[in-house]
Design a protein around this ligand. Sequence first.
Ligand code: ATP
Ligand code: MG
Length: 593
Amino acid sequence: MGTVVMNEVVNPAGLVPPNVVDLDHERAGFSWEHEWARLSGLPGGGLNIAYEAVDRHAAGARAGHVALRLLGRDGARRDVTYEDLSRLTNRFARLLDEFEVAPGERVFVLLPRVLELYVSVLGALKHRNVACTLFSAFGPEPIHQRLELGQARVLVTTAALYERKVAATRASLPELHHVLIVGADAPAGTTALEPVLAALPDDFTIEATDPEDPALLHFTSGTTGTPKGAVHVHAAVVAHHASGRIALDLHPDDVFWCTADPGWVTGTSYGIVAPLTHGVTSIVDEADFDADRWYGILQDEGVTVWYTAPTAIRMLMRIGAEVAHEYDLSKLRVAASVGEPLNPEGVVWGLEAFGRPFHDNWWQTETGGIMIANVPGQPIRPGSMGRPLPGITAGLLHCDDEGNVVRPEHDPEGVVVIDGAGESGMLALRPGWPSMFRSYLDNEARYRAAFAGGWYLTGDLASRDTDGYYWFVGRADDVIKTAGHLIGPFEIENALVSHPAVVEAGAYGVPDPIAGNVVHAVVVLRPGYEPGPALERELIGHARAALGATVAPRVIRIADTLPRTRSGKIMRRLLRARELGLPEGDTSSLESS
Ligand code: ATP
Ligand code: MG
């Protein structure tokens, strides 16, 4: 797997050249100070995300350029220019003033992907409040948990969402002073947003903002347990902008589409902030995944840079590349993926379906922005997450066979860094990049435990090849210890997905008296394949041939779906718990089937 090298088409005729043609060269000349200088800074001092994203364009030549193109569920299409967005967000900031919301207090947004979501987040940032977006498909329980933990002062939502998901427990949220309703008919105890906004002036001066002031609160996906609230500061915009340039290759005339909901960090860092700081047009689709709709958007909107996730890619793969060929996707220049490991098949499938390979990249809620990427303009290694971005120092730390970082005896505070290639260890990052989280909400101990020996420990295991590309092994919580080997589920899943019948797979360990653990897997089939014992046996044989008998799954089950988080990540811990009849743990992020 580590030896596959696919050179992508770097600059086909008619397309703009990539921002980075040589990553090593870019790294050598890179400094965060220089990246700060690419932004404007607030006229009154400091740095504010919303100013960089909106106002500096609204004040200049890009004022009339479309910032957001909003596609409604019903087919409506609305363009909002940078100037419009500046005025709308000014009004929202004024409203917070009017309601005497103090800077630093938290403004929660529970909305579908409609304009008011973007206005509330950016308006709250202008007013120096901390914005927290919640995925609108969450049920009442996870919403309550997060509003309570985050001590929400303001909530922006719709009447329907409020009545179904918040009203019943509102009384136990004493900190929540204002519920603002988008749309007509504000229920009792809430305020209709539009009339208040309409009565306010549309100018606002952002006060001096300390780059270290908290700006965004994001909850992790809850894949491995209870979601954690990661706090980010205004300085994060420097990393959003830099990674937008380097990893997503944003150019001023791009039409960019990030398919993630802003309820997840990807949908905020790259669905709101990064594209706007680059002054590009960002597509916002209110509707959920639908293959024809998505292909239609890519074609009709002329999307040039597309940022999506393996779960969506696998759904498209399941339907087949022929469907993609019915559309004219020739404008697409860069397709990128994040959120889960992307099987090599997925990368290559992109080439087959769109003539563009997927550029896998890696990061997490805590890192606030892309850390490791297959950067456009550089050779892609299918199955690899790519190389650390300039400004990012990644390393691998030696782990024991349970996946825990080894502390040397002579230095219990220290770690052992893996120097060479090929060995897997805990993926770690040197703190200091601007979008690094500054705390876990209400969990100082957990925050402290995430650092050792001068590194931030990501909780993911990876290996590195001789050229510095990183390869995902698995989450430390998901690795399987069998017969003295430490196995990452990704390797097993890759082997299964390489069989033509399998579109996705989840591998996990179950206790075994002899081996310690053995591997079991659940797979989802492509259409046209008949489930049954014959195919299960064939898949076991296929996996054995690829992985060897010790590592290959002993049991393979065929299912219609895999349990996943609402952000689309396979929850291996649930596959295991369900098979073994164990408690399911925190399932507040589980997608309802
Ligand atoms: P929790 O921390 O609550 O268990 P989570 O880690 O899934 O949830 P996120 O921060 O949304 O929450 O996801 C980040 C994680 O997703 C990474 O740590 C990694 O495990 C996985 N991930 C993201 N991108 C990639 C990728 N390109 N390849 C492999 N794994 C990825
Ligand atoms: Mg995590």
